[in-house]
Design a protein. Structure first.
Length: 273
């Protein structure tokens, strides 16, 4: 596992976006051989999406041959609802890039049969050859997507009941009213995420420090789902200085030393853009 440490959120977002853009650029995707990208919602990826939109507008990369799969969607929210993840992705990303509508995949939270919808999602991912890179965020309790503490580390796409902590955290998007937050959601599983060829998790801010400490320094546990990254063949965490507050000094020095020796061509590919 790589841990990339940057000064603040803005540097983390730019590095992440440039890395993703570089992976797409170097893959030279075609209609017959597309690049498959897993995406999250929430506040964490907004800076990443802004930078990717900028690179797309400048002609540095194209999303015409990129297929996307989003991590999750609330149950019983129509895609036109301002707090649905369909709406979020359209407003903050998809409507501003050159991606084909048919290449966008988001779980249908209004599906009459959620179990069938979840299985269909898994089947679609398999049909396109799997996900090349899965971008994600992480909650303060270590959850990824809506895989809360206690989730199976080999789970697949399914309906999940949200914890009170998650409902309270998401209430800010519903006018601060917890009663308006859906109690369930459809989400990819931890196993679905770790099937991806690469997993890149972005964690910033002091509030995520404990989750990062568990992810990097503690043992793998279903009570801290993010720790599964330790078992992935190609995983990365990008964090800002504030998020490393609970890591040992030696741990920070170790990862900084490793990264100093790695020359990411992706980071310099768009440095002057």
């Amino acid at each position: 596992m790589r841990v990339i440490i940057k000064k603040d959120y803005d540097e983390c977002a730019k590095w992440t976006a440039d890395y993703i853009a570089g992976r797409i650029y170097r893959a030279e995707p075609t209609e017959a051989n597309p690049f498959v990208l897993g995406l999250p919602t929430g506040s964490t990826p907004l800076g990443v999406y802004r930078r990717l939109i900028e690179l797309n507008a400048k002609g540095c990369i194209s999303f015409k041959n990129v297929i996307t799969f989003n991590m999750d969607e609330y149950s019983n929210l129509d895609e036109s609802h301002p707090q649905s993840y369909h709406y979020f992705m359209h407003e903050n990303f998809f409507s501003k890039i050159d991606i084909k509508k048919e290449n966008i995949h988001i779980l249908d939270g209004t599906a009459r049969n959620p179990q069938e919808e979840c299985q269909h999602y898994e089947d679609l991912i398999r049909q396109v050859g799997g996900i090349d890179l899965f971008l994600g965020g992480c909650g303060c309790d270590g959850h990824i997507a809506f895989n809360e503490p206690g989730s199976s580390l080999v789970s697949r796409t399914r309906m999940k009941t949200l914890t009170e902590d998650t409902i309270m955290a998401n209430a800010r998007f519903f006018g601060g009213d917890c009663s308006q937050v859906p109690r369930t959601a459809l989400t990819v599983g931890i196993g679905t995420i770790t099937d991806a060829k690469e997993v890149l998790i972005m964690m910033t801010g002091l509030s995520k420090a404990e989750a990062l400490q568990h992810a990097v320094e503690e043992s793998v546990s279903q009570m801290w789902p993010v720790t599964i990254l330790q078992m992935h063949r190609n995983s990365m965490i990008i964090a800002d200085d504030a998020c490393t507050d609970m890591l040992r000094v030696g741990t920070v020095k170790y990862f900084n030393g490793i990264e100093a020796k790695i020359k990411d061509s992706y980071e310099s590919l768009f440095s002057d853009k």
